[in-house]
Design a protein around this ligand. Structure first.
Ligand SMILES: [Ca+2]
Length: 312
């Protein structure tokens, strides 16, 4: 099977870490580059975390530093979930390599330009870098096969009652991405709050016995604390958001989704950062997003376990 060419834009972040393990460990992707967004933590920290994680899993691809803050707003971070470092919990290795000198949007543009085939972009943080890419290099849109992202939701939010963190952090950037005309897959809170990882799954990752499994388990132990304390309706499960955006590319059949017209609210009194999903097609507009809302959780955990086992 041919590997799927992708570029990952992330803000590690505990669930971003598991997303990277899935992307690299699955063997299904030709990862052209990783760029970092400021989101779960500051740009300095998410960039450092990406370099540490790639060092841990023995992968060396170009890493690009992304924007320091959202397009028009001040940076908000999610240290209440991810801790002071953005990846609190286990010990991580000192990076064995450095980021490229090119900024993210420019670096991604060069890769798209040089590629003979369209590349899928997988953003799992705020969409600042991807909005900069699309607005600075609009002639390269046709080189983007799809944007498979974690963000948004149909009926709920986790920052405000209707807005999810990644979209809320930079709604103007998200609006640019959703209005770009590039095909989008949106793994929002509807599916990611069913992509639960429980204590027994964490024990399974730890029992793999390699360094990746040990770190994955340590990260998820820390990450689960927030969910056990604040999302009791998940019954001890932690919502493992970001790997969904990769898993959908591997096996869309394990998910349920619907093609919908989606816009991002940037000015609402109560709804800024909401993804407005026309689920029942009341506007009769052409769908621009494949909205993912359910998955086969057991298969998702199996994919993660297999991928972690294939890494150092
Ligand atoms: Ca993330």
């Amino acid at each position: 099977m041919d590997k799927i060419p992708i570029i990952i834009d992330c803000d590690p972040g505990h669930d971003d870490a598991l997303m990277l393990m899935l992307a690299f460990g699955s063997g299904r992707f030709d990862v052209k580059a990783v760029s970092t967004s400021a989101g779960n933590q500051t740009q300095d920290k998410t960039l450092g975390n990406a370099l540490k994680l790639l060092t841990l899993i023995g992968q060396r691809v170009p890493v690009f530093r992304g924007a320091e803050k959202p397009l028009h707003r001040e940076l908000i971070i999610a240290d209440y979930v991810h801790g002071e470092t953005g990846l609190d919990g286990p010990e991580l290795p000192v990076p064995t390599f450095e980021q490229e000198s090119t900024p993210a949007a420019e670096g991604i543009a060069h890769i798209l330009e040089a590629s003979s085939e369209p590349i899928t972009i997988v953003p799992t943080g705020p969409l600042t870098n991807i909005a900069l890419l699309l607005s600075t290099y609009p002639h390269l849109k046709h080189k983007i096969k799809r944007i498979s992202l974690m963000g948004g939701g149909i009926f709920r939010g986790n920052m405000t009652p209707l807005a999810e963190f990644n979209i809320y952090a930079d709604p103007e950037a998200a609006a640019i991405v959703f209005e770009s005309g590039v095909p989008i897959t949106m793994c929002g809170l509807d599916v990611t709050h069913k992509a639960l990882v429980y204590a027994e799954d964490i024990a399974r990752f730890r029992a793999i016995g390699n360094q990746t499994g040990t770190v994955a388990a340590g990260l998820l132990d820390f990450f689960s604390k927030f969910y056990r304390e604040n999302r009791t309706e998940l019954h001890g499960g932690a919502a493992l958001h970001d790997p969904c955006a990769i898993a959908w590319l591997m096996d869309p059949e394990m998910f349920q989704s619907k093609s919908c017209y989606v816009r991002v609210e940037t000015q609402g009194a109560y709804t800024t950062g909401a993804t407005v999903v026309d689920f029942y097609r009341v506007l009769a507009q052409k769908p621009n997003v494949e909205v993912v809302y359910d998955l086969n959780r057991e298969r998702y955990i199996d994919l993660l376990a297999t991928s972690i086992a294939a890494l150092p």
